[in-house]
Design a protein around this ligand. Structure first.
Ligand code: PLP
Length: 429
């Protein structure tokens, strides 16, 4: 596919770094997800932060998914994609009163992050309230990446279950409108067993609340996202089927039809269905290092650059004509365009020798890469194209145009160029 991308001219001298998204791949991932949870009432939502691109949300909505959002911007993107509010779940640890009022009035489900937020919601609930949930931190432990783990003892997310179980139960019983519990154990790096422990703890809590209420007050369990992605090879592992099988065994009561399941997967739906392609601008030899200077750095691969141990990527080397490069693997550093020394996408990475004009592919970057840009050095947000093979040829369509230089200037206060001069002492002329 990199070959078609290069031949199409969508990456090269004129557009030195571009993101690509595989339409059929996404649809296949959605099929795997829906098949895994077949037979139970379920609302699958897509965690918008993983690929906040309206056409992607629209594609997913067309395939039956809703959206999990965590900011006014993500909420507006979901609406712009045509997702109806009743298929939107609003999370986030810092919702303002205005955000809450907007979501609740429109009919979006809201998961309160804490008990103070539940009190805010009490005051804002419309006459016909949407689904309201409470995020629980099951405190089952952290995964391999501390920054991505949300179920350690002292996570900033949710109400800590082990410390506040009785308060949680009382808060729920006092609010018949609270009908959901929410848990998200972490993103990437969490073993399936740990995720299942978190879901099991929240299921048991739902059962306790329902027993104490004397009727089924909790009708929905939102199990979050977090299915880890294999960044070391082509294989999809673990699969949604693996996870659903484990959950069915571990928490059978959750699958007996009494509860609606809500899921919020992000990375596992998109990561393997996208890649970044970047031009090699120069190569150099410095000290004992062979360095390729490319246009993909921290602006599109922020986490990989800053946390290389946690987020290593597979790379591919292609010629300017788009052919896969052959030749012996040489250890090379692959650098980005940003003006700081740490802007390296890979160190000592074995690849056929890169030369100026080649194209480097960063695989498995469909989630949280080009869709989560960083505007360091005022580098533009890259263009993103969707592709699919139709009638024997690869067709491309624009998802997002590359940010223009004029937009960059405008975003950086271009219209207020005189603003600070206006505050200066009047100059004697
Ligand atoms: C980020 C996030 C998700 C999605 O996580 P993935 O690892 O991308 O599946 C789901 N729910 C919540 C609350 C999140 O913060």
């Amino acid at each position: 596919m990199v070959r078609s991308a290069v031949r199409s001219g969508l990456v090269g001298a004129g557009s030195p770094v571009t993101g690509f998204i595989d339409v059929d791949g996404i649809l296949e991932s959605v099929r795997d997800l829906t098949a895994a949870f077949d037979g139970v009432p379920v609302l699958h939502t897509f965690a918008v932060k993983a690929a906040a691109l309206v056409p992607v949300l629209r594609l997913l909505a067309d395939a039956g998914l809703g959206c999990e959002v965590a900011s006014p911007g993500e909420y507006a993107q979901a609406l712009a994609a045509g997702v109806p509010p009743e298929r939107i779940v609003y999370d986030s640890p810092a919702k303002t009163r205005a955000e809450l009022a907007t979501a609740l009035t429109a009919g979006a489900a809201v998961n309160a992050d804490n008990l103070d937020e539940l009190e805010r919601i009490d005051a804002l609930l419309p006459a016909a309230p949407p689904a309201v949930g409470l995020r629980i931190n099951p405190q089952v432990g952290s995964g391999a990446i501390a920054a991505m783990s949300t179920a350690g003892r002292a996570s900033k997310f949710g109400v800590p279950l082990r410390e506040q179980r009785e308060r949680i139960i009382a808060a729920c019983l006092a609010r018949p409108a609270l009908t959901r519990l929410h848990v998200h154990v972490g993103s990437q790096g969490c073993p399936l067993e740990l995720m299942a422990d978190g879901v099991a703890a929240v299921y048991e809590l739902a059962e306790r609340i329902n027993a104490a209420a004397g009727y089924q007050q909790i009708t929905g369990v939102d199990i979050g996202g977090g299915l880890p992605v294999n960044f070391t090879g082509d294989e999809v592992t673990p699969t949604y089927a693996d996870y659903a099988r484990l959950l069915r065994r571990r928490v059978p009561g959750l699958f007996d039809g009494r509860y609606t399941l809500i899921t919020e997967f992000g990375r596992s739906l998109l990561a393997k269905n996208g890649f970044v392609a970047a031009l090699v601008e120069y190569t150099k030899q410095a000290g004992d290092r062979r360095i390729a200077i490319t246009h993909a750095g921290a602006q599109v691969a922020t986490r990989t650059v800053f946390m290389p141990q946690s987020w290593p990527l597979r790379l591919g080397a292609f010629t300017a004509a788009g052919d896969r490069k052959s030749g012996p693997a040489l250890r090379q550093d692959v650098a980005g365009p940003c003006c700081f020394a740490g802007d390296m996408v890979a160190l000592d990475h074995p690849l056929p020798e890169l030369t100026a004009g080649d194209v480097v592919a960063l695989y498995d970057t469909g989630a949280y890469y080009f869709s989560t840009p960083w505007s360091y050095n005022s580098l533009p947000r890259t263009a993103v194209y969707g592709f699919a093979r139709r009638d024997g040829e690869v067709r491309f369509t624009t998802i997002r145009a590359q940010q223009s230089i004029a937009e960059i200037v405008a975003e950086s206060g271009g219209a207020q160029a005189d603003a600070l001069l206006a505050l200066c002492p009047v100059r004697q002329r």
